[in-house]
Design a protein around this ligand. Sequence first.
Ligand code: ATP
Ligand code: MG
Length: 447
Amino acid sequence: MLIAKTKEGKELCLSPMLANRHGLVTGSTGSGKTVTLRRMVEQFSRLGVPTFIPDVKGELSGLATANPVMFFDLYGELGHPIRTTVSNLGDLLLSRLLDLNKVQTGIVTLLFKVCNDNKHTQVRNLSQLKMMLKYLADNAFDFKMEYGNITYSSVGAIQREVLGLQSQGVDQFFNKPIFDVQHLFQVDQQDRGVINILQADTIIKSPKLYITFLLWLLSELYERLPEVGDLDKPKFVFFFDEAHLLFKDCPKILLNKIEEIIRLIRSKAVGIYFVSQSALDIPDSVLGQLGNRIQHALRAFTPKDRRAVRSISETFRENPSFRTDRAILELKTGEALVSFLNDEGDPSIVERAKVIMPESQLKPLDHSQIRQVVVNSNLYGIYETEEYVNQEETININDHKKGGESNRMMEQFGRGMVRSMGGRMGSIVMRGLFNSFSKGTRGGLGK
Ligand SMILES: Nc1ncnc2c1ncn2[C@@H]1O[C@H](COP(=O)(O)OP(=O)(O)OP(=O)(O)O)[C@@H](O)[C@H]1O
Ligand SMILES: [Mg+2]
């Protein structure tokens, strides 16, 4: 996969076989990172490898002029909506999204455990989450023996964070149908991999939502894909732009999880490419796993900046014909220091090269052109429809009526508790379907 060429005409190619050993694209603002990403996704597409790339500046839609492209948008405006449920997000990501401390995170974990012990209980959206929290607090005494202490003040603090999230318009992300990551694995009639672009210029303004969403998507990929070992090319490549946001103030427990996913997803034939300004934004434990490197120019104004450049240059295998630390400062726009993994799987000697321009137009499409692509896509209608949501609700209700839910609960809880859980959970599940009764239901729950 030809990515860049040196002045002497040496071609620097990323080996498809080693593309699942992950990578990193770095450089200061305007140094050429985005153009490099475009070159990479196009080359993967030619190979038949679908990719996912967030578009944090609304500048990538031009890729559709020469490639098969799908647009996704959490808000459903300029792409297919992507949704999931609170339950599907999981307690760790939810706690990260809500910026919870340890004690509060413990309560969220407990909430998920209570739901998990009652197999049918899915917390779909933020309103249901608030109800569940209230339920936990109101029945704290009953839960104490089996699950531990739940204080009103901690629950109150979580409730405030949930409210804050709702005021940012995050509600629409939490709904069914849950996005099926299989829909990211498409090739067109010419066997070119589809480039899946996430419209991220709005969500990047809520960095926690952005990070949570990308991590959720990664974890879905991870969970859904089977182990396949090393293949001749990856099955999928995931680009993680603005990666510094991921690691900034990242709780240890989440960081461990991220490291684990990065380490293990390789054998599921998925490559992850982080994009950030500086390699120092990435923790060593992760950096050590990013085999393919493209370093664009860095600027160094202060002694601290120069030290940073030196320490970054030490992460490359030196080329005797130039000094890495000087080159980083001298690189022109579109030029980069490149080190891909060689056939032995070791980092190759660093080369100074110019990244080859992508084939598609750099200028973004206008909104009506993007909408045209969305409407013409084979996914159109799957996530856009509200009926689908209602069908899902019906399934839940029927299950509930059959008594499956309460039977399962019976096994886990004492009789008294079962009755109160069953009643309340049933209301939570039904609320969506019986929209016209929702006022009454909510009133009942609020008592
Ligand atoms: N390989 C290249 N060949 C020719 N021109 C390039 C190349 N890379 C970048 N450029 C030019 O430089 C401009 C800025 O590049 P790009 O948008 O990729 O920078 P960036 O590092 O992504 O910046 P930012 O950090 O602000 O997002 C491009 O619009 C293009 O005109
Ligand atoms: Mg950019």
